[in-house]
Design a protein around this ligand. Structure first.
Ligand code: COA
Length: 198
């Protein structure tokens, strides 16, 4: 990693007993800034490796921008980037929704609640911004605690292979995914023009 989680005591969190880490690791969540891109990409490389660019979800992110106000980072007590989460506008069976991910937390900062804080903050912001539903492909045992359920996505298809058991949805507004079926595609209104290769 390009940084080490060091707290006011100057003790790296990785060398502190897990039960003491929360007190040593003040967490801030803020909007991602342009200057965060390099640290964010390093964190995602560490978490997922190069295969991350081959994931079906990436097909929905290519050439798109995150939903406004929904690209978040978590920072440690010295401002180092320890978590990243972005949500993307999609259409799911013709209905506006968000695609959550990728979510990654620096290895030395895991199990401190950083991932959960990022998810809860993003869902609260999404609801405030008027979004109605969120989809993701991820580990159900982790995401179930935030309310994601398989049943909301079971009649949706992605633009490539996904493990059905990992394709989950959450309603921010009751009924937002009721009866939804069809393909998940990028929300064209938010797509950005990519420079063409020479
Ligand atoms: C998954 C991840 C984001 C969780 O971040 P985190 O900051 O450690 O999460 P939290 O501190 O909020 O929650 C930790 C809890 O989640 C559990 N957990 C973590 N990953 C899990 C998974 N894949 N499945 C089930 N539970 C999981 C931990 O065991 C821990 O449980 P506990 O509270 O009972 O001890 C982080 O482990 C990570 O970056 N992993 C690599 C990338 C990844 O898999 N991203 C998610 C897929 S998009």
């Amino acid at each position: 990693m390009a940084f080490e989680l060091v707290c006011p005591s100057h003790v790296p969190v990785s060398r502190v007993a897990p039960e003491a880490r929360v007190a040593l690791a003040p967490l801030a969540i803020r909007d991602e800034a342009l200057g965060d891109a390099e640290s964010r990409e390093a964190l995602l490389d560490d978490a997922f490796g190069p295969a991350r660019f081959l994931k079906t979800c990436q097909r929905l992110r290519d050439g798109s921008a995150p939903a406004p106000g929904l690209a978040l980072v978590a920072t440690d007590c010295v401002g180092g980037l320890i978590g990243t989460l972005r949500l993307w506008p999609v259409l799911a069976g013709g209905r506006a929704a968000l695609l959550l991910g990728p979510l990654a937390v620096a290895a030395q900062a895991r199990s401190l609640g950083v991932g959960g804080a990022l998810i809860r903050e993003s869902l609260a912001r999404a609801a405030d911004l008027g979004h109605r539903a969120v989809l993701l492909v991820g580990d159900a045992p982790y995401y179930a605690r935030f309310g994601f359920e398989r049943r909301f996505a079971e009649r949706l298809t992605m633009p490539g292979p996904v493990e059905r058991a990992r394709f989950l949805g959450l309603e921010l507004v009751d009924g937002a995914l009721s009866g939804v079926q069809g393909r998940v595609i990028p929300a064209a209104a938010h797509r950005i023009d990519m420079p063409q290769a020479a």
